[in-house]
Design a binder for this molecule. Structure first.
Ligand SMILES: C[S@@+](CC[C@H](N)C(=O)[O-])C[C@H]1O[C@@H](n2cnc3c(N)ncnc32)[C@H](O)[C@@H]1O
Length: 263
């Protein structure tokens, strides 16, 4: 099941003639045209799938790369289990909670949690973003260091509000949410990503319903990432928050995640 949200005009392109058949398969699967006018393109090249804005002043492409670039840098130098997202989901000695990341996006937060040892189910409702993720996860399997990390990540393309409400597996201990927010931090990377993401993902105006569904399912806590100064998602107020330089994690505790020290 996937969300049928209106999407700006996107066409599928092969960047290499040898990939024409594979690009056609993505086009069929995602119901994209392979020619004609478009504002955006999903392109298949030797480095995998990427999403680009077309035209003179277009931002550069976005792709999911778990092996190199910013994600690799964070894997190597990001602070391990001391970083704020780790503390927010309750990682502590002897505790690696099961996590559902219900707003997967480009999977960076989910990757950090998987790298730290959590089994993470990623849910992404925008089929094009889910396609980028699927491609990134698949390519990462070829890397000896990153393969064991992505083996802990499972991707589902669906609206998480529906999926969490009809969950049949064991309930996750933690549900992590990072819905779009209008005024996020202004780094060049974020600005580029927002330009490309907004036409696809919209504004995530239904975040209150998602929070409600998450609170009903998670056994131990729900964690919501927000820009530091943004209000909490309307609805039940968080129990407490962890604040960083640009982001804040609102924590909705349900039950204690006991670590080795507490046994
Ligand atoms: C800000 S991005 C998340 C970025 C992500 N935390 C990362 O590290 O890359 C929000 C994403 O959540 C997705 N999303 C929002 N509401 C959703 C829902 N109800 N179900 C599934 N995906 C959702 C949007 O399509 C968008 O891709």
């Amino acid at each position: 099941m996937s969300d049928e949200r209106p999407v700006a005009a996107v066409r599928m392109e092969a960047l290499d003639p040898a990939l024409a058949a594979a690009a056609a398969a993505w086009a069929r699967r995602l119901r994209l045209r392979q020619g004609g006018d478009a504002e955006f393109a999903l392109q298949l090249g030797q480095q995998g799938l990427q999403f680009v804005e077309l035209g003179a002043h277009a931002a550069g492409p976005i792709r999911v790369d778990f092996v190199a670039g910013a994600v690799a840098h964070r894997r190597l130098f990001g602070g391990g289990s001391g970083q704020m997202i780790a503390r927010a989901v309750g990682i502590q000695p002897g505790v690696r909670p099961t996590v559902v990341d219900a707003t997967a996006g480009l999977g960076r937060d989910a990757f950090v949690l998987a790298q730290l040892g959590c089994a993470v189910t990623l849910i992404e409702r925008q089929p094009l973003i889910a396609a980028l993720l699927e491609d990134g996860l698949q390519r990462a399997q070829a890397d000896a260091v990153v393969a064991p990390i992505v083996a802990r990540m499972r991707l589902l393309c669906a609206n998480a509000i529906d999926l969490l409400g009809a969950w049949e597996d064991a309930a996750p201990q933690v549900i992590y949410l990072d819905p779009m927010f209008p005024t996020r931090e202004k780094s060049a990377l974020v600005k580029k990503e927002m330009r490309l993401f907004r036409p696809l993902a919209g504004g995530d105006d239904d975040a209150p319903a998602l929070l409600e569904a998450a609170l009903a399912l998670a056994t131990h806590r729900v964690v919501v990432k927000r820009p530091r100064k943004a209000p909490a998602i309307p609805g039940v107020p968080p129990g407490y928050a962890l604040e960083g330089k640009s982001s804040r994690f609102d924590i909705y505790p349900k039950k204690s995640l006991k670590g080795r020290a507490e046994h």
